[in-house]
Ligand binder design. Structure first.
Ligand SMILES: Cc1ncc(COP(=O)(O)O)c(C=O)c1O
Length: 387
């Protein structure tokens, strides 16, 4: 019995695989520190949990409208300056991205994806039948309008913008976003703007490409409560899209999942409309941790790590360590897991060999301990290579 080609061609998420390997080693009693996870270590705020419990107690446990409960859509619409009809609540940001790509991409279309990219973007685009055209970013992982223009072909239909970005932590400059927006209008491109990390900008403010002239009609913004409110397991995200796309996504969703979980929608409503100090507290903690981690990484011989400006990842250049026994970022991550008991994700998973990704959404103690182990393992590698 054979699987369908689309399932056979799919590359499973490498980040989830590494997490599973780290968990297995932990089960064997090893003191593994994981820098592989893409989720805050903070608990979901209490008032959010209370809203979910109240929803259960009130019997709010039935199907909801496919596009989401009107109160939640309305709260999101107000926040994003769009109409309620343009907001569709989905089962997480990932699901919103998947459905949007299904709605706007066809076989033979091409989608431009800035590299390094989050692992799921290319796979989702391929599932929609599109061809992936990776656009190189510059030395600071900034996407430039020039690079997009050079990559465009007659088949280009959409461009992904992910700022702050996973895996690099890069935050795109408003001037450059403006230039990219102009190009999108000229070349009639859809923009899929993944803004799930918009709360995690450490210097300055988040700028959305949807705010530039002419962009509301061609931009689909993807967002979620997952990262901002430490709600990764609740699975609530949304897209804010021109009506044609929003209607198509709602239609797709009515057949795929019927709706996002009723209880989790009530929890998301409490998160968006309740006190926001919980977000500020988490962002302050991550700001401190990003400086500690990037500083310690940058001190390790063979590693270069500028301080990232957003999200919660460091994406150091480790090419200085790739010699002798360890030649690739995947081999380096395997070595770090076996020798130093630290889990990191190879850059190859994000289309960027020579780098690795480390999440600093973990305790400062773990960051300090983990970076010490990294430094020792790197020194050992240096000695081995010199033999
Ligand atoms: C860039 C990016 N977009 C979307 C998502 C998915 O978020 P969610 O957990 O809401 O599906 C992630 C999760 O890691 C991400 O890194």
């Amino acid at each position: 019995m054979k699987l369908a080609p689309r399932a056979r061609a799919l590359a499973p998420s490498e980040t989830l695989a590494i997490n599973a390997r780290a968990a297995a080693l932990r089960k064997q009693g090893k003191d593994v520190i994981s820098f592989a996870v893409g989720e805050p270590d903070f608990p979901t705020p209490e008032h959010v949990c209370a809203a979910a419990k109240a929803a259960i107690d009130q019997g709010f446990t039935r199907y909801t409208p496919a596009a989401g409960i009107p109160e939640l859509r309305s709260a999101i619409a107000t926040r994003m300056g769009r109409s309620l009809e343009e907001i569709i609540v989905t089962c997480g940001g990932k699901h919103a991205l998947y459905e949007v790509m299904q709605a706007i991409l066809s076989r033979g279309d091409e989608i431009l994806i800035p590299a390094p990219y989050w692992v799921s973007f290319p796979e989702m685009a391929r599932l929609a039948g599109a061809k992936v055209n990776a656009v190189r970013t510059d030395g600071s992982f900034q996407l430039t309008a020039d690079a997009v223009e050079r990559a465009l072909t007659r088949k280009s239909r959409a461009l992904i913008v992910n700022s702050p970005g996973n895996p690099t932590g890069a935050v795109y400059r408003p001037e450059e976003l403006g230039a990219i927006a102009e190009l999108a209008v000229q070349r009639d491109l859809w923009i899929i703007s993944d803004e799930v990390y918009s709360a995690f900008v450490y210097a300055g403010k988040h700028a959305s490409i949807s705010s530039f002239p002419g962009m509301q009609d061609r931009t689909v913004v993807i967002d979620a409560v997952s990262k901002r409110y430490a709600m990764t397991g609740w699975r609530i995200g949304w897209c804010a899209a021109p009506r044609v796309v929003a209607d198509a996504v709602a239609g797709l969703q009515s057949h795929m999942t019927s709706n996002a979980t009723s209880i989790a929608q009530r929890a998301a409503l409490a998160a968006l409309t309740g006190p926001q100090e919980c977000v500020e507290e988490m962002v302050r903690a991550f700001d401190q941790r990003r400086q500690v981690m990037s500083g310690l990484l940058d001190r390790i011989p063979g590693v270069r790590c500028p301080t990232p400006e957003g999200a919660f990842y460091c994406f150091p250049d480790v090419s200085g360590l790739l010699k002798g026994k360890v030649r690739t970022s995947a081999e380096l991550c395997a070595h770090l897991l076996e020798e130093a008991n630290i889990a990191c994700v190879p850059g190859s998973a994000f289309g960027a060999e020579g780098h690795i990704r480390l999440s600093y959404a973990c305790s400062e103690d773990d960051i300090r301990k983990g970076m010490e182990r990294f430094a020792e393992a790197a020194a050992k590698l240096g000695k081995l290579a010199a033999k």
